[in-house]
Design a protein around this ligand. Structure first.
Ligand SMILES: Cc1ncc(COP(=O)(O)O)c(C=O)c1O
Length: 468
């Protein structure tokens, strides 16, 4: 182990030197910026050691660093950009709106709000919808609605699932010593730990057990039909159907968080591909067309608790809720996805498949234990997601976060930070080991990515990181 620690320190020094040589402007900016902006960024996952790249502009599959270097980007605006960065369709719509003297108003009703709500409810088979500005707010409001509707307190959440930074989501997100069973933040209401219970993803037996024990206390199950931060893993049909059936039988609501999945697999929600209808569906990211839009959609009898007549749930406020310019971007994006559904989702699926298979082949060639996720399944025919994590001894196609991060499972040294740093040198920007393809990622980008990945894993191997 001592040799490995020395090797990793030396590798990190090499990577830092290579990065600084390649991206001197970003390196210098990070070193000299003042401390006005806490940690130099407003979102923790945007931080990367040894320094963050600063982008000058972005287009399609690429980001351009301050000095002009072009990198292939799989982070793509926190996985919001299915068309790639700055799509011309959305840009043109925004420019036209502003030129028309509209856009920068909130506080008054506008037509786009209605048109967009109609389109989203139609594409997701939901009855009614309300907009808000962030995913965290949308999941928070959804849990409030579920608790008020059922008059119960307890929330069943997936270990490793991320629903944004709000009290009901801040338990069981990250693994510490192989376990998810802890709160993620100080300052939470004193009841949070007791109100939120964890369940393993894709584990039908665990779900049945939880319902058998405490089903009459659950207000809701909240889950991602396609796990994002937890590993890029799709729900099995058996699991999603069991969640639907058990919650219905026990009088709890099913909340499907599709903030990543919505409009990423088809021009609508992914849950319906499983033949499942949630009580509430939570949307964000893609539906904003690059702007801050989120929404809760679903059963009218549940949503109406937030209505003017009922006023039982305070799902309101939000100075910038349904902001006109944001909704113009969202409506333009979603309309484009609907109009070009077959071509766009076929292309996304092909890109995802090429990346996953290519990476699997590289890991096999180099005998590196890699967990590669994002694979389609019996309900979802194609996927643009491709996450990769490295194991201590084993790899494969994961079904739940515990497999990859459980005690002793994850490689202790090859984490996302190290990978990101090494891949930036190869001109590739990743998140969760890779991330998600957009339609702007062409054959050349995929080939360059795989070549860069091979280079990085060879470099890691040469440093002794994968020695048994
Ligand atoms: C599945 C899921 N839910 C909720 C959120 C929170 O969304 P936001 O960052 O807009 O608050 C995210 C963000 O990454 C997410 O991936």
């Amino acid at each position: 182990m001592a040799t490995t620690m020395a090797a990793i320190d030396s590798l990190k020094r090499e990577l830092a030197a290579d990065l600084a040589a390649l991206y001197p402007l970003s390196s210098a900016r990070c070193a000299t910026r003042g401390a006005a902006l806490l940690d130099q960024t407003s979102h923790a996952v945007r931080w990367n050691a040894p320094f963050m790249l600063t982008v000058a502009r972005c287009e399609g599959a690429a980001i351009f660093e301050l000095g002009g270097a072009r990198l292939v980007d799989y982070w793509q605006g926190h996985f919001a950009n299915v068309l790639g960065h700055n799509p011309v369709e959305v840009r043109a719509a925004l420019q036209a709106t502003l030129a028309d003297g509209r856009g920068l108003q909130s506080g008054m009703l506008h037509e786009v709000e209605h048109e967009f709500a109609e389109l989203l409810t139609q594409r997701t088979g939901t009855e009614t919808l309300r907009f808000t500005t962030s995913g965290a707010l949308a999941t928070f409001y959804s849990v409030l609605l579920a608790r008020a509707f059922t008059r119960r307190q307890r929330v069943l959440k997936i270990a490793g699932g991320w629903h944004g930074s709000q009290p009901f989501g801040l338990k069981g997100v990250s693994a510490r010593d192989g376990s998810f069973d802890h709160l993620e933040s100080e300052g939470l209401p004193g009841t949070t730990d007791g109100d939120v219970e964890l369940c393993t993803y894709n584990d039908v037996e665990a779900l049945e057990h939880a319902f058998a024990q405490r089903g009459d206390r659950f207000a809701c199950v909240i889950l991602e039909p396609w796990l994002g931060a937890g590993g890029g893993i799709g729900a099995t049909s058996a699991f999603l159907r069991a969640a639907r059936e058990l919650s219905e039988r026990h009088g709890a609501l099913l909340l499907c968080d599709e903030i990543i999945a919505g409009f990423r697999f088809r021009a609508g929600d992914v849950t319906s591909l499983y033949g499942v209808r949630p009580d509430l569906l939570i949307l964000g990211k893609v539906i904003g067309g690059g702007m801050p839009v989120a929404a809760v959609a679903g059963r009218r009898d549940v949503m109406q608790l937030a209505s003017r007549d009922s006023k039982r749930v305070k799902f309101e406020g939000g100075t910038y809720s349904a902001h006109e310019l944001s909704l113009v971007a969202g409506l333009t994006m979603v309309s484009h996805l609907v109009a070009n559904e077959v071509a766009i989702y076929g292309e996304l699926a092909r890109r995802g498949a090429a990346l996953r298979s290519g990476l699997e082949e590289i890991a096999r060639d180099l005998a590196v234990p890699a967990w590669i996720s994002g694979w389609p399944n019996d309900a979802v025919a194609g996927s643009s997601i491709c996450h990769i994590r490295f194991g201590r001894e084993r790899g494969g196609r994961p079904e739940c976060p515990e497999q990859m991060v459980g005690a002793g499972a994850a490689h202790p040294l090859v984490d996302d930070d190290l990978l990101r740093a090494a891949l930036l040198i190869e001109g590739v920007n990743v998140h969760n080991g890779l991330g998600a393809a957009s339609v702007a990622h062409g054959d050349a980008e995929v080939a360059a990515t795989l070549a860069g990945y091979r280079q990085v894993l060879q470099r890691f191997r040469a440093s002794g990181l994968f020695n048994r």
